[in-house]
Design a protein around this ligand. Structure first.
Ligand code: ATP
Ligand code: MG
Length: 437
């Protein structure tokens, strides 16, 4: 037997760990995620957006053809592999391409408009750091079949309402730009390349590489040594086609009328090739360099590019990790998002266990809002009391010999200086309803 076979056989005792940049969501964090996700779900229904769920894996060509061959995502961030049939598959790095693929495949774009939203994990092989992970989660909306600035305004207002309802509005800034038509972009591209060629000495390596492949992305560079040169670069906003200019001005007017503040950022280009006309980002200064919490824009050419009929479209995606981080950083976590128990139901001895079970079931039936946990697993009197304390519940309901004999229960306040009280079990529902209100 060769050495490698031998080592293969010996079971390794080393603990297997999660993949770098891919996080577990632990019980202590999940209430905040559920709070956020619940807000999103309600909001989408209030705006008439329907949820779509697509597979996490797609054919690699879908992303290469939509996001663009020379973007960061496709060039270096995708999790691409061959499956057992030899097909090239990719873990989705974003949601728009899948959404378009599914909508086309199921005829959702045929002579109709669609307002869709999705949520779920995305995968990009990036350098993990605060606010940047290899598996992260996005909520996105995509609207199809509407070409006017009214729908651009709607998706922006939808996101703005979410910030308002989460208490984030004063901590985020809306940045807005227009990328114009593809013709205007092509002309501008030549102007821009000519400008960069006059400043080759200032361009960093990444930017020189992009000079031929994707020069607009150079505008997005965060390299401080290029800042001055970039500030002097010709602006796409000054080279817009007439229709795009009109669209942009109308959108700005709608946002003004709706009282939404924004900053026009002529260098906002977005990292995905499918965008045209409106692009926007919501940014914050509270998260360091990972400051974009939501980003989107128009992608009128994408459906056709993927083999469908020309269909105007606009959407955005927000990163859930960054938004949850922002809520934590700013301490904007309401009690409802802490996942705490209201009540710990505690049989004081084994004889009371059956009655306690029935009682807590009855309370759950009559008080659907109640979050109650039943003590299971027996134990000494002392350890039972300790478990009640550690449960984090506000109230405990004690059932012992006395209570069984008299048809009562003892209500104990675990986190307030208040006298415990003995209550008839029949009066409990009303009492709890009042206490929890
Ligand atoms: P960034 O400039 O931060 O790399 P991006 O332009 O690549 O973002 P999009 O593809 O537009 O981002 O995705 C929309 C949102 O998804 C981002 O604004 C961000 O909140 C979130 N996001 C993107 N990549 C990651 C990641 N690797 N980890 C966590 N969140 C991410
Ligand atoms: Mg990125």
């Amino acid at each position: 037997m060769s050495k490698s076979q031998a080592s293969h056989k010996a079971p390794s005792k080393k603990k297997i760990q999660a993949i770098r940049g891919m996080n577990d969501l632990l019980p202590e964090q999940s209430p905040l995620w559920q709070y956020f996700e619940g807000k999103v779900r309600d909001l989408m229904a209030r705006y008439g957006y329907a949820e779509i769920r697509t597979p996490i894996v797609e054919q690699t060509a879908l992303f290469a053809r939509s996001i663009g061959e020379v973007t960061d995502i496709v060039e270096k961030e995708m999790y691409t592999f061959e499956d057992r049939n030899g097909d090239s598959l990719t873990l989705r790095p974003e949601g728009t391409a899948s959404c378009v693929r599914a909508a086309m495949e199921h005829g959702l774009l045929h002579n109709q408009t669609q307002r869709l939203w999705y949520q779920g994990p995305m995968f990009r092989h990036e350098r993990p750091q605060k606010g940047r992970y290899r598996q992260f989660h996005q909520v996105g909306v995509e609207s199809f079949g509407l070409e006017g600035p009214d729908i651009d305004a709607e998706v922006i207002l939808l996101s703005a309402r979410l910030w308002r309802e989460l208490g984030l509005m004063e901590h985020v800034t809306l940045e807005l730009n227009s990328l114009g038509s593809s013709e205007a972009r092509a002309t501008y591209r030549d102007t821009l390349v000519a400008y960069f060629e006059q400043h080759l000495d200032v361009l960093d390596e990444d930017s020189r590489r992009r000079l031929t492949s994707n020069p607009l992305r150079i505008l997005d560079s965060k390299n401080p040594e290029m800042a001055e040169m970039l500030a002097g670069a010709p602006r796409l906003l000054d080279h817009l086609d007439a229709d795009s200019r009109e669209h942009f001005e109308a959108l700005c007017a709608l946002l003004d009328a709706a009282g939404i503040d924004y900053v026009i950022n002529p260098r906002l280009v977005r990292g995905l090739d499918y965008y045209g006309r409106t692009v926007f980002e919501w940014t914050t200064t509270a998260l360091g360099s990972q400051g974009t919490v939501c980003a989107g824009g128009r992608y009128d050419g994408l459906v056709e590019q993927l083999g469908g009929k020309p269909t105007p479209a606009v959407g955005f995606a927000m990163g859930i990790e960054r938004l949850v981080l922002l809520l934590e950083t700013l301490e904007l976590i309401p009690d409802a998002a802490r996942g705490e128990l209201d009540l710990y139901v505690l049989p004081m001895d084994d004889a009371a266990a059956g009655t306690a079970l029935q009682l807590v079931e009855r309370l759950r039936g009559e008080l659907p809002e109640l979050r109650a946990q039943l003590h299971c697993g027996g134990g000494s009197f002392k350890s039972r009391i300790k478990k009640a304390d550690r449960s984090g519940a506000r109230l405990a309901l004690l059932l012992g010999e006395d209570e069984l004999a008299h048809g009562t229960a003892t209500l104990k306040f675990l986190r307030e200086e208040r006298e415990q009280r003995s209550l008839a079990r029949d009066a409990l529902v009303d009492e709890l309803r009042e206490l929890l209100a």
